[in-house]
Design a protein around this ligand. Structure first.
Ligand code: UDX
Length: 437
């Protein structure tokens, strides 16, 4: 099947490559010429494990191309909209500029029988609005909302083997023509048993908002427990293990630490609250305000604990921050708690060095005043305190004896509770976890 993918960011670039891997003929379209040049040369414009190998593999088959010319969408049977919906400046609401522009630019190139598939995370009601817009240009084009649940760092496998597909179509009908078309696109994962649910358009949009809100709530719940554990001298990691055994609760997403960041959870819960407010249902989501507040409080807490670790004063203290990305296996620093903490420490007089295996150039673009060091070993030298803020494997595997030989004072704050406290303490370290005694 011939497919166009509009938007080649974290979502679209991976989606385009994966659709080609499934055997389709795919054109990826983006307004950013630099991104198109990189992708055309089979280079991933961002760090995502497995993506570059996949781009090389599928481009050799001739089934995948990239262009900044939207007219290349003409002739595709399916058009995926994969552009971003960032948070509006100074507001909670989602900025729909890119989605609206993508839909508008597509209109002249739609033909009768085409299906437009929205994958971007949008405020509920957008799909119906876009569907009307599309039908004014070509009445025989169908709109389907197919939210994306991929996680950065696992984007390729999450796209090729998702745990479910949600198809939103008007009337929530299994017999909808767009459902049959998308079944053909996803024939391979569907054949291997991936669940598929057909809903109406607003339900499909809400599934995504609800899923991300639930995940964010789970993280803030355990971080709230971490606050109580700290006050009571209890251990939140053991608490999470114990409650997580109950499969109604589950252990996943109960890792207490510096909180959630990234391009999705923080802005999606805020956009959801804003949209619910527009719909007159703001009271239903007031708990998300608390979820957001607990999350932001983690960052301040880490700054306080670092001050404690540094004997009450940050002034002139050399602090090494391990990790800049919002999570490991990603170079994404959007709303990264690690960088926000590093910036606050610097503001309060610490001499901060940030290191990360992949995210330093993105970090330097967002926080140009921080000091960055690519080499972990150099970054560790002469530190007064270490902060492990993104749990990359190389940091989890650091040897406390080797590191002790590099730093000035063996003090570490484990912002993700991933180190073996006993091992670090017995190597002479002052170890501090979050929500742990
Ligand atoms: C998230 C959703 O998981 C995904 O389904 C959706 O499509 C997009 O948003 P992503 O932003 O890639 O994916 O990262 P995720 O793995 O969900 O982590 C989000 C943040 O939560 C990270 O900063 C991570 O460090 C943090 N986190 C996660 C915790 O602090 N504790 C946990 O237990 C889990």
């Amino acid at each position: 099947m011939r497919i166009s993918v509009i938007g080649c960011g974290y979502l679209g670039a991976v989606h385009a490559a994966c659709m080609a891997k499934l055997g389709h003929e795919v054109v990826g379209i983006d307004v950013d010429d630099r991104k198109i040049a990189e992708l055309s040369a089979a280079r991933a414009p961002f760090y995502e494990p497995g993506l570059e190998e996949l781009l090389k593999e599928v481009q050799e088959t001739g089934r995948l191309s990239f262009t900044s010319d939207i007219s290349a969408a003409q002739g595709s049977a399916v058009h995926f909209i994969c552009v971003g919906t960032p948070q509006k400046k100074g507001e909670n609401a989602a900025d729909m500029t890119f989605v609206d522009a993508a839909a508008q630019s597509l209109l002249p190139f739609l033909s009768a029988g085409d299906v437009v598939v929205g994958k971007s995370t949008v405020p509920v009601g957008s799909a119906a609005r876009l569907s009307e817009l599309i039908k004014t240009a070509e009445p025989d084009v169908e709109m389907l909302w197919n939210p994306e649940f991929l996680r950065e760092g696992h984007a390729v496998s999450d796209t090729l083997q998702p745990d479910r597909f949600v198809y939103g179509v008007s009337g929530a009908s299994e017999d909808h023509r767009a459902v049959r078309v998308l079944d053909e696109v996803y024939a391979t994962p569907l054949a291997s048993g991936t669940a598929r649910l057909v809903t109406d358009l607003p339900t499909a949009e809400l599934v995504k908002a609800a899923a991300n809100s639930f995940l964010a709530t789970k993280i803030s719940f355990i971080n709230a427990m971490a606050e109580v554990c700290e006050a009571a001298g209890a251990d939140v990691t053991l608490l999470a293990d114990a409650i997580g055994i109950d499969d109604r609760i589950g252990r996943k997403f109960l890792n207490a630490g510096i909180g959630f960041g990234g391009g999705c959870l923080p802005k999606d819960i805020r956009a959801f609250m804003a949209r619910a407010g527009e719909l007159g249902a703001d009271q239903a989501l007031t708990f998300l305000r608390e979820v957001d507040a607990i999350n932001m409080r983690r960052r301040t807490r880490v700054v306080e604990l670092t001050r404690e670790l540094c004997d009450g004063s940050l002034m002139g203290k050399r602090i090494t921050v391990l990790g800049a990305a919002f999570k490991p296996d990603s170079d994404d620093v959007r709303d990264s708690p690690a960088l926000s903490i590093a910036a606050q420490l610097q503001l309060q007089g610490a001499v901060v060095t940030v290191t990360d295996p992949e995210a330093l150039s993105n970090a330097a673009r967002r926080f140009p005043d921080l000091h960055y060091e690519k080499s972990t070993e150099v970054a560790l030298q002469r530190a007064d305190a270490l902060l492990l803020l993104t749990e990359w494997r190389e940091y989890r595997e650091l040897d406390p004896y080797d590191v002790a030989a590099l730093v000035t004072t063996p003090k570490i704050l484990d912002g993700r509770n991933v180190l073996d406290a006993t091992k670090w303490r017995s190597a002479g370290w002052a170890y501090r976890g979050l929500g742990r005694p």
